[in-house]
Write a protein that binds this ligand. Structure first.
Ligand SMILES: Nc1ncnc2c1ncn2[C@@H]1O[C@H](COP(=O)(O)OP(=O)(O)OP(=O)(O)O)[C@@H](O)[C@H]1O
Ligand SMILES: [Mg+2]
Length: 252
């Protein structure tokens, strides 16, 4: 039976424009329900409010409407919703790789050094970064930094992982490897993921469900991915699903 882990109810968000006088309504009455273990990919043109929506769910913004998780109505950030960004510089530069992960675990109340070490080692093992515990972020490649950010997110075992184009700045080969790693983690760890991407192929390869947003945060497509994993361009239904997403994305 499906179990709702996130409910966005009538979410609206406006920002003041640069003059500080008029408001710019970015999200207008967006409602969305996400079930446990879903891998929800979010496509949409630049500026349609994808990041804003994710930041509202993460608790980084004020907004109108309500956002509920398994624990009830959210008020601000919580370690039940972890965000992974596009930016390679999302780790603390003055902390080693393992201390970055352990810092987040400490916020969850874990104090025992042996437990912290075990958990950070396990997290790094999952993303094949064994042996890099004592490296600083500046000593890692972009792809390795993103792997640490993903390891950190999974180590916290949050109900929901929020990913804002985490692979967009990577080369195609690294991106492909990390996509496969993320699929593996998603099926092994049993978590719910909201994943923003500009890339239709990425959305089809990763998502169990794909939504397309247009301006105002209007949901114009909301479809279960009909293609079973692993998705290849030869998978039956691939072309039809791609066309549907493409047409919804490039409508305006
Ligand atoms: N802090 C802010 N102050 C004012 N306006 C903002 C702020 N953050 C976002 N906006 C505005 O909200 C709109 C949506 O921005 P958002 O970053 O959510 O878009 P996006 O869909 O993530 O785009 P992209 O695909 O380019 O990342 C834009 O018009 C942007 O200028
Ligand atoms: Mg964005």
């Amino acid at each position: 039976m499906s179990e709702t882990v996130l409910e966005v109810r009538h979410l609206s968000k406006s920002f003041l424009n640069s003059g500080g006088k008029e408001t710019n309504e970015v999200l207008n009455d967006l409602s969305l329900t996400v079930e446990k273990n879903e891998f929800l990919c979010i496509l949409g043109p630049s500026g349609c409010g994808k990041t804003t929506m994710l930041r509202c769910v993460a608790g980084f913004e004020t907004y109108e409407g309500e956002i509920l998780t398994e624990h009830g109505v959210t008020h601000g950030p919580g370690t039940d919703r972890i965000m992974v960004f596009q930016d390679f510089n999302q780790l603390f530069p003055w902390k080693t790789v393992e201390k970055n992960i352990q810092y987040a675990l400490k916020l969850q109340g874990i104090r025992d050094k042996a437990v912290l070490k075990k958990k950070s080692d396990e997290a790094l093992h999952k993303v094949k970064l064994d042996g890099y515990q004592n490296y600083y972020p500046y000593q890692l490649s972009g792809g390795m930094k993103q792997r640490v950010a993903i390891a950190k997110a999974f180590a916290l075992k949050p109900g929901i992982i929020l990913m804002d184009e985490p692979f967009a700045a990577l080369d195609a080969m690294t991106r492909n490897r990390l996509q496969r790693k993320l699929l593996e983690l998603h099926s092994q760890e049993g978590c719910t993921i909201l994943f923003i991407t500009h890339n239709i192929l990425e959305a089809i390869a990763l998502g169990t469900r794909v939504i397309v947003l247009q301006n105002g945060g209007r949901i114009v497509v909301d479809e279960r991915n009909p293609i079973p994993r692993p998705v290849t361009p030869d998978s039956p239904g691939y072309g039809a699903f791609w066309t549907k997403l493409h047409d919804a994305l490039y409508v305006e």
